[in-house]
Design a protein around this ligand. Structure first.
Ligand code: HSE
Length: 308
């Protein structure tokens, strides 16, 4: 029986301007998983710690992602999955993505890499489909590739890994309220005005260019969301106060992490990231709501082996 223990990272999707297409991978926040190949065909979830999630394979995001991988693999292989959750469901930092991406990455590793990262993204998207009703790739792609990723196209799937400027540090505040991705998607109007679209795709291009040229000011100017944030931010207590406090302390930009309620601020340097963390904690201290705060460099590698 081959077995592996991995770190499955949290991710920040959308990055303001890139709804469903942009995301990046965190370094210090994530789950742990133990994946074992067995001789008895089928996928079993044998343990879940830290969250109340379904043990039935077909209802579990890691389970369905691995089933998709095994269907493509063809051979009769058995897989047992243990999940040690640290990322809360409904947090907006890619909880379901960590589980589905981590599981398929580990099975692929144990099978001696029959699939490319691109194929693993497709399998992991089956988990996202189960979790939110929509097979978006903007969390699973950075979890699997590391760094920043762009989904240029969903049909056919075309994911591009972008460059990670070395001084970028993310601050994330996670208010302890659950916002289901499906609920947060349901508040979005589907019609976009042309002038908003022009501004948004200008920002996407600016952010991609800023990442590749390590132009931090351009990255900051491009972290703007004129379409989704105005609709979704009403679900997040003190969103505007947090954003104002982060920008006042020098954050390059600040927005909703994924579908919320987490809020991210992207910063140049650890010192600014810590100052931003302190300032936004002060905003939340006044609300009486519980919250977690994370400060993390960008993880350019994605999933990591803890031991095997
Ligand atoms: N792009 C997705 C959304 C990410 O914003 O709904 C969900 O984590």
């Amino acid at each position: 029986m081959k077995s592996i223990k991995i770190f499955a990272p949290a991710t920040v999707a959308n990055l303001s301007c890139g709804f469903d297409i942009l995301g990046c991978c965190l370094d210090t926040v994530g789950d742990e998983m133990v994946i074992t190949l067995t001789s008895e065909p089928g996928v079993k979830i044998t343990r879940i710690d830290g969250a109340n999630l379904p043990m039935e394979t077909h209802k579990n995001v890691a389970g369905v992602a691995v089933q998709a991988l095994l269907a493509a693999y063809g051979n009769d292989v058995g897989v047992e999955i243990e999940i040690y959750k640290k990322i809360k469901a409904g947090s907006g930092i890619g909880s379901s993505a960590a589980s589905s991406a981590g599981a398929v990455w580990a099975v692929n590793h144990l099978l001696d890499q029959p699939f490319t990262v691109h194929e693993l993204i497709k399998f992991a998207m089956e988990g996202e489909k189960l979790a939110s009703g929509n097979a978006h790739a903007d969390n699973v792609a950075p979890a699997l590739s590391g760094g920043f990723t762009l989904v240029r196209s969903y049909n056919p799937l075309d994911v591009i890994k972008l460059h990670t400027p070395k001084d970028l540090v993310m601050t994330v505040i996670h208010p302890q309220i659950e916002v289901k991705t499906s609920d947060s998607r349901s508040v979005i109007r589907h019609n976009v005005k042309l002038r908003q679209a022009i501004q948004q795709w200008g920002n996407v291009g600016g952010l991609v260019a800023g990442l590749f040229t390590e132009d931090y000011a351009l990255i900051g100017r491009s972290l703007e969301d004129v379409i989704i944030e105005p609709m979704r931010s009403i679900l997040i207590p003190e969103f505007k106060a947090v954003k104002d406090a982060a920008i006042a302390k020098g954050a390059l930009g600040c927005g909703i992490s994924g579908s919320g309620p987490s809020i991210f601020a992207l910063n140049k340097g650890m010192e600014t990231a810590n100052a931003v963390a302190e300032a936004i904690c002060k905003v939340y201290d006044k609300t009486g709501l519980d919250f977690d705060i994370h400060v993390s460099k960008i993880n350019d590698h994605g999933i990591k082996i803890i031991n095997e």
